[in-house]
Design a protein around this ligand. Sequence first.
Ligand code: PLP
Length: 416
Amino acid sequence: MTFPTQDQIRALQAEFGTPLYVYDQSSLERAAGEVLGFPNAYGLTARYAMKALSTGAIIRVLAQAGLHIDASSGYEAERAIRAGVAPERIQITAQQLPADLKGLVERGVGFNACSLRQLQAFGQIFPGREISVRINPGLGSGHNNRTNVGGPSSSFGIWHEHLDEVLALQREFDLRLTGMHTHIGSGSDPVVWERCARMSLDIAAQLPGVQRLSLGGGFKVARAEGETPTDLQAIGRALLPDFEAFTDAHGRELHLEIEPGTYLVANAGWIVASVIDVVDTGANGYRFIKTDTGMTELLRPNLYGAQHPIEIVPADGDENREISDYLVAGHCCESGDVITPRPGDPEGLLPRELAAPQVGDALVIGGAGAYCSSLAGKNYNSFPEAAEVLISRDGTPRLVRRRQTLDQMLANEVLD
Ligand SMILES: *Cc1c(COP(=O)(O)O)cnc(C)c1O
């Protein structure tokens, strides 16, 4: 991953103000190309899990690159439609049934039932229709409890031992159960993916109408040094023999679906912030850089102890600033608003080597495309939602979301 150049950062800071999310169209399109090149035996549909970054302009770039959409709520499906995505290219996989499930499905949106109750609700509205089911295959690979989305401690999907009830509901409502879905969490290891694929294929064997199998998302990226990126080609190739063996055994050629969020956007986004203060807690303490961003734009360090690369961009262009250790603190009055936690430990602190900061310098946070803007501590301390900019292929930045105003923040309040 490359940071935008220091000159670009200073120009963005001056033109759009901070904090600012910056996304790069070329990086998005490159990632889309890699995802669409995922090896497959009998065809591929790749969906963008839009909850990773739900801004319309980003959805549009990825949809135009050829991706379909995975929506995690009815609202997300509506949002994708408003961004110009054809309803037939959207599938809903949601914990909560959309209020207007009927209207969405009538317009062409696909539905992936995530519980027996959801399957029944769909059957009651749409007997005879095509549907997919999300199964919890009993295995998880998330890196911690907060991101584990498979196995007995996860509520996502229909537990794999309840297939009889799935088939009973299918018969009751004469449903065309053509799709099956598993999404078990984050991982970059082809061996884990293959194990998951085998478990999923064993389940698909017991659902005779299934023609397409989605293995979900969860392809990890390396944001910080030392993290392991995913090799999509290696994973895809590892799965090929399993799909072919399934065909030999069951006579069905399964169409493959994958639906990455993180992989498509994580390293195509940055937060450009400004240094607002530099303080210290004495000889045995720490030096802190305070910045005008924090949990209002970036919750991942607080939630997971996530590591994001950070760089100081001196306002005066001085390239010889002394390097030393600093903690970076956000602008919220909240002791947990620290951008430099210990890896995997949101309550720990781990100073970073950074160039000596001065108030007014830019501070750039990398790896900020996925689960940052869409997963923000919005309006905490009454800070407005940050603006967002998309850098087009020719390098021109374009505003794709305005900074929220105080009036917009208060628009729905009722005082008397
Ligand atoms: C969140 C989610 C994804 C994407 O996960 P990433 O880790 O961002 O790739 C895919 N499918 C479903 C059902 C999800 O909920």
